[in-house]
Design a protein. Structure first.
Length: 148
């Protein structure tokens, strides 16, 4: 094995992931290569420092705030979905009532009736989507105070 490939084996060696044959080749290489020995020593020191480090647990209050915010976001998301669906149903029903005469007319072709219903449904969904988007953008608009 060449120098670069043996150098890549230092970390797996320290982690105990090498087989006997590879470990032996690396040991032989380390005996004659000061650069790789230095790198291995640095990695060993780093592992020692890392093993002494401990993660600090956040206080219970932080967890309480986190979970409340998760529940609030879930509730609000569900609320927006239900509000949007309700608005779509009500607006579509109102639009249907406006064109009910055309839809019930037996002289109007079926394809025209279906097209009219699909068109109205699309307008209603787009209207609700645009209103909802504008509501959220109004709160998050970064440049609303900047004049052109």
């Amino acid at each position: 094995m060449d120098h670069d490939n043996l150098k890549k084996l230092i970390s797996p060696y320290l982690d105990g992931e090498l087989g006997e044959e590879e470990a032996q080749k690396l040991k032989e290489h380390l005996a004659g290569c000061p650069e790789c020995r230095r790198e291995m020593e640095q990695m060993q020191k780093l592992e020692e420092v890392m093993s002494m480090m401990k993660l600090k647990s956040p206080p219970q209050e932080m967890w309480d705030v986190y979970w409340r915010s998760v529940y609030n976001r879930l509730e609000r998301g569900l609320g927006w979905i239900l509000l949007s669906l309700g608005a779509i149903i009500l607006l579509f029903f109102g639009a249907y009532k406006m064109v009910e005469g055309i839809i019930k007319d037996t002289t109007v072709p079926l394809v025209l009736k279906v097209g009219l219903i699909v068109f109205l449904a699309g307008i209603v969904v787009l209207l609700v989507s645009i209103v909802r988007e504008q509501f959220f953008l109004r709160r998050k608009e970064r440049y609303k105070e900047i004049e052109k």
